[in-house]
Design a protein around this ligand. Structure first.
Ligand code: 1GP
Length: 243
Protein backbone atom coordinates (compact mmCIF):
# COMPACT_ATOMS: atom_id res chain seq x y z
CA UNK A 1 0.00 0.00 0.00
CA UNK A 2 1.42 3.39 -0.97
CA UNK A 3 0.40 6.63 0.67
CA UNK A 4 2.10 9.17 -1.57
CA UNK A 5 -1.01 11.21 -2.26
CA UNK A 6 -2.20 11.09 1.32
CA UNK A 7 1.19 12.43 2.43
CA UNK A 8 0.93 15.31 -0.03
CA UNK A 9 -2.54 16.14 1.32
CA UNK A 10 -1.30 15.97 4.91
CA UNK A 11 1.68 18.21 4.11
CA UNK A 12 -0.62 20.71 2.41
CA UNK A 13 -2.89 20.78 5.45
CA UNK A 14 0.11 21.45 7.69
CA UNK A 15 1.63 23.94 5.23
CA UNK A 16 4.76 21.81 4.88
CA UNK A 17 6.28 22.59 1.49
CA UNK A 18 7.54 19.72 -0.69
CA UNK A 19 10.39 19.56 -3.20
CA UNK A 20 10.76 17.00 -5.96
CA UNK A 21 14.09 16.50 -7.70
CA UNK A 22 13.45 15.55 -11.31
CA UNK A 23 15.77 12.96 -12.83
CA UNK A 24 15.69 12.55 -16.59
CA UNK A 25 16.67 8.99 -17.62
CA UNK A 26 18.04 10.42 -20.83
CA UNK A 27 20.54 12.51 -18.89
CA UNK A 28 21.55 10.38 -15.93
CA UNK A 29 23.46 7.09 -16.10
CA UNK A 30 22.85 4.42 -13.43
CA UNK A 31 26.49 4.75 -12.24
CA UNK A 32 25.90 8.43 -11.38
CA UNK A 33 22.85 7.73 -9.24
CA UNK A 34 24.47 6.95 -5.90
CA UNK A 35 26.58 10.10 -5.83
CA UNK A 36 23.69 12.27 -6.96
CA UNK A 37 21.32 10.84 -4.37
CA UNK A 38 23.85 11.47 -1.59
CA UNK A 39 23.46 15.14 -2.36
CA UNK A 40 19.68 14.87 -2.63
CA UNK A 41 19.56 13.28 0.82
CA UNK A 42 21.44 16.18 2.40
CA UNK A 43 18.95 18.64 0.94
CA UNK A 44 15.34 19.48 1.74
CA UNK A 45 14.10 17.32 -1.17
CA UNK A 46 11.12 15.14 -0.28
CA UNK A 47 10.39 13.32 -3.54
CA UNK A 48 12.17 11.98 -6.60
CA UNK A 49 10.40 12.38 -9.93
CA UNK A 50 11.67 10.40 -12.92
CA UNK A 51 10.79 11.27 -16.49
CA UNK A 52 11.66 13.12 -19.65
CA UNK A 53 10.33 14.09 -23.03
CA UNK A 54 12.68 11.89 -25.08
CA UNK A 55 13.65 8.69 -23.32
CA UNK A 56 14.58 5.42 -25.02
CA UNK A 57 12.74 2.22 -24.12
CA UNK A 58 14.20 0.38 -21.11
CA UNK A 59 16.22 3.32 -19.74
CA UNK A 60 13.64 4.29 -17.12
CA UNK A 61 13.28 0.77 -15.79
CA UNK A 62 17.00 0.29 -15.12
CA UNK A 63 17.45 3.80 -13.77
CA UNK A 64 14.53 3.53 -11.32
CA UNK A 65 15.83 0.16 -10.15
CA UNK A 66 19.14 1.84 -9.32
CA UNK A 67 17.46 4.86 -7.68
CA UNK A 68 15.37 2.59 -5.45
CA UNK A 69 18.54 0.86 -4.23
CA UNK A 70 19.85 4.17 -2.88
CA UNK A 71 16.85 6.09 -1.52
CA UNK A 72 13.89 5.84 0.78
CA UNK A 73 12.27 8.93 -0.73
CA UNK A 74 9.14 8.19 -2.78
CA UNK A 75 10.05 7.65 -6.44
CA UNK A 76 7.31 8.89 -8.74
CA UNK A 77 7.16 8.53 -12.50
CA UNK A 78 6.53 11.72 -14.43
CA UNK A 79 6.37 10.08 -17.83
CA UNK A 80 6.63 11.72 -21.22
CA UNK A 81 5.44 8.51 -22.83
CA UNK A 82 3.93 5.08 -22.16
CA UNK A 83 7.34 3.39 -22.51
CA UNK A 84 8.49 5.18 -19.36
CA UNK A 85 6.11 3.20 -17.17
CA UNK A 86 7.92 0.80 -14.86
CA UNK A 87 6.74 -1.17 -11.87
CA UNK A 88 10.03 -0.42 -10.09
CA UNK A 89 8.76 3.02 -8.96
CA UNK A 90 6.33 3.77 -6.14
CA UNK A 91 3.85 5.90 -7.99
CA UNK A 92 3.01 7.69 -11.18
CA UNK A 93 1.60 11.07 -12.08
CA UNK A 94 -1.08 9.94 -14.51
CA UNK A 95 -0.94 13.06 -16.61
CA UNK A 96 -3.44 14.57 -18.96
CA UNK A 97 -2.13 17.61 -20.84
CA UNK A 98 -5.27 19.68 -20.32
CA UNK A 99 -3.75 22.93 -21.59
CA UNK A 100 -3.42 21.36 -25.05
CA UNK A 101 -5.90 20.07 -27.57
CA UNK A 102 -4.03 17.02 -28.80
CA UNK A 103 -6.31 14.03 -28.11
CA UNK A 104 -3.27 11.74 -27.83
CA UNK A 105 -2.02 13.62 -24.78
CA UNK A 106 -5.48 14.24 -23.35
CA UNK A 107 -6.64 10.60 -23.38
CA UNK A 108 -4.95 8.53 -26.12
CA UNK A 109 -1.71 7.69 -24.34
CA UNK A 110 -3.58 7.13 -21.10
CA UNK A 111 -5.70 4.45 -22.78
CA UNK A 112 -2.53 2.82 -24.14
CA UNK A 113 -1.00 2.88 -20.66
CA UNK A 114 -3.78 0.90 -18.97
CA UNK A 115 -2.64 -2.61 -19.88
CA UNK A 116 0.79 -1.79 -18.45
CA UNK A 117 -0.48 0.02 -15.38
CA UNK A 118 -2.87 -2.70 -14.30
CA UNK A 119 0.08 -5.10 -14.06
CA UNK A 120 1.86 -2.84 -11.58
CA UNK A 121 1.41 -1.87 -7.98
CA UNK A 122 2.09 1.80 -8.72
CA UNK A 123 0.06 4.40 -6.87
CA UNK A 124 -1.70 6.17 -9.70
CA UNK A 125 -2.28 9.88 -9.15
CA UNK A 126 -4.47 11.58 -11.79
CA UNK A 127 -2.84 14.91 -12.58
CA UNK A 128 -3.97 17.82 -14.72
CA UNK A 129 -0.86 19.00 -16.55
CA UNK A 130 -0.96 22.64 -17.65
CA UNK A 131 1.75 24.11 -19.83
CA UNK A 132 2.27 27.88 -19.63
CA UNK A 133 4.33 29.73 -22.23
CA UNK A 134 7.70 30.97 -21.09
CA UNK A 135 9.12 32.71 -24.12
CA UNK A 136 10.75 29.79 -25.91
CA UNK A 137 9.54 26.47 -27.28
CA UNK A 138 9.95 23.69 -24.72
CA UNK A 139 10.37 19.95 -25.21
CA UNK A 140 6.83 19.26 -23.94
CA UNK A 141 5.43 21.64 -26.52
CA UNK A 142 7.49 20.08 -29.31
CA UNK A 143 6.78 16.47 -28.41
CA UNK A 144 3.09 16.90 -27.60
CA UNK A 145 2.49 19.24 -30.54
CA UNK A 146 0.38 21.47 -28.35
CA UNK A 147 0.42 25.18 -27.65
CA UNK A 148 1.04 26.36 -24.11
CA UNK A 149 -1.41 28.83 -22.60
CA UNK A 150 -0.16 32.41 -22.81
CA UNK A 151 0.79 34.05 -19.52
CA UNK A 152 -1.56 36.91 -20.39
CA UNK A 153 -4.54 34.53 -20.52
CA UNK A 154 -4.95 34.34 -16.78
CA UNK A 155 -8.66 33.50 -16.84
CA UNK A 156 -8.02 30.62 -19.24
CA UNK A 157 -5.23 29.31 -16.99
CA UNK A 158 -7.57 29.49 -13.98
CA UNK A 159 -10.50 27.89 -15.80
CA UNK A 160 -8.29 25.12 -17.19
CA UNK A 161 -6.85 24.19 -13.81
CA UNK A 162 -10.29 24.36 -12.18
CA UNK A 163 -11.74 22.17 -14.94
CA UNK A 164 -9.05 19.60 -14.09
CA UNK A 165 -10.13 19.62 -10.47
CA UNK A 166 -13.82 19.37 -11.38
CA UNK A 167 -13.04 16.39 -13.61
CA UNK A 168 -11.69 14.62 -10.54
CA UNK A 169 -7.97 15.09 -11.01
CA UNK A 170 -6.08 14.95 -7.73
CA UNK A 171 -3.20 17.28 -8.52
CA UNK A 172 -2.61 20.22 -10.82
CA UNK A 173 0.88 20.66 -12.29
CA UNK A 174 1.63 24.17 -13.55
CA UNK A 175 4.54 23.70 -15.95
CA UNK A 176 6.76 26.30 -17.60
CA UNK A 177 8.72 23.50 -19.32
CA UNK A 178 12.08 21.99 -18.51
CA UNK A 179 14.86 24.57 -18.75
CA UNK A 180 12.33 27.38 -19.16
CA UNK A 181 13.88 30.83 -19.45
CA UNK A 182 11.89 31.95 -16.43
CA UNK A 183 9.61 30.19 -13.96
CA UNK A 184 5.85 30.66 -13.74
CA UNK A 185 5.19 34.10 -12.30
CA UNK A 186 4.10 34.12 -8.65
CA UNK A 187 0.89 36.06 -9.39
CA UNK A 188 -0.24 33.25 -11.73
CA UNK A 189 0.47 30.66 -9.04
CA UNK A 190 -1.50 32.71 -6.50
CA UNK A 191 -4.49 33.21 -8.77
CA UNK A 192 -4.62 29.51 -9.62
CA UNK A 193 -4.13 28.46 -6.02
CA UNK A 194 -6.94 30.66 -4.70
CA UNK A 195 -9.61 28.77 -6.60
CA UNK A 196 -8.23 25.23 -6.20
CA UNK A 197 -8.86 22.76 -3.41
CA UNK A 198 -6.40 20.12 -4.60
CA UNK A 199 -2.60 20.40 -4.20
CA UNK A 200 -0.64 22.47 -6.69
CA UNK A 201 2.68 21.43 -8.24
CA UNK A 202 4.84 24.08 -9.92
CA UNK A 203 7.89 23.43 -12.08
CA UNK A 204 10.01 24.60 -14.96
CA UNK A 205 12.86 27.10 -14.96
CA UNK A 206 13.33 27.33 -11.18
CA UNK A 207 17.07 27.80 -10.67
CA UNK A 208 17.53 29.57 -7.35
CA UNK A 209 16.43 29.15 -3.77
CA UNK A 210 14.72 32.54 -3.99
CA UNK A 211 12.66 31.42 -7.00
CA UNK A 212 11.69 28.23 -5.20
CA UNK A 213 10.65 30.17 -2.11
CA UNK A 214 8.68 32.66 -4.11
CA UNK A 215 6.76 29.77 -5.75
CA UNK A 216 6.00 28.38 -2.27
CA UNK A 217 4.96 31.78 -0.99
CA UNK A 218 2.67 32.26 -3.97
CA UNK A 219 0.93 28.95 -3.23
CA UNK A 220 2.86 26.01 -4.68
CA UNK A 221 2.55 22.94 -2.44
CA UNK A 222 5.26 21.03 -4.29
CA UNK A 223 8.02 22.48 -6.44
CA UNK A 224 9.85 20.45 -9.08
CA UNK A 225 13.46 21.21 -10.01
CA UNK A 226 15.49 19.30 -12.60
CA UNK A 227 17.77 21.35 -14.85
CA UNK A 228 19.32 23.43 -12.04
CA UNK A 229 20.60 20.25 -10.38
CA UNK A 230 21.71 18.72 -13.69
CA UNK A 231 23.72 21.81 -14.54
CA UNK A 232 25.28 22.38 -11.14
CA UNK A 233 25.00 19.87 -8.32
CA UNK A 234 26.38 22.46 -5.89
CA UNK A 235 22.87 23.96 -5.97
CA UNK A 236 22.04 21.23 -3.44
CA UNK A 237 24.29 23.09 -0.96
CA UNK A 238 21.91 26.03 -1.08
CA UNK A 239 19.08 23.69 -0.20
CA UNK A 240 20.75 21.89 2.68
CA UNK A 241 18.50 20.36 5.27
CA UNK A 242 19.53 22.08 8.47
CA UNK A 243 17.28 20.17 10.88
C1 1GP B 1 10.13 19.96 -16.04
O1 1GP B 1 8.97 21.09 -14.28
C2 1GP B 1 10.06 20.27 -14.58
O2 1GP B 1 9.08 19.20 -16.45
C3 1GP B 1 11.36 20.83 -14.08
O3 1GP B 1 11.83 21.86 -14.89
O4 1GP B 1 14.14 21.18 -15.50
O5 1GP B 1 13.46 23.58 -15.61
O6 1GP B 1 13.76 22.45 -13.42
P1 1GP B 1 13.38 22.29 -14.86
Amino acid sequence: MHNIYQNIITSKAKDIKLLAVLIDPDKMKPNQVSNFLNKVHQSIATHIFVGGSNVDDGLTDSLVLEIKKHTKLPVILFPGDVIQITDKADGILFLSLISGRNPDYLIGKQVKAVSKLTKTDLEIIPTGYVLIENGKETAVQRVSETKPIKRSELQLIKDTTKAGELLGMKLIYLEAGSGATHPIEPYIITEVKQQLNIPLIVGGGIRTKAEMESAYKAGADLVVIGTAFEKDESFFNELKNVT
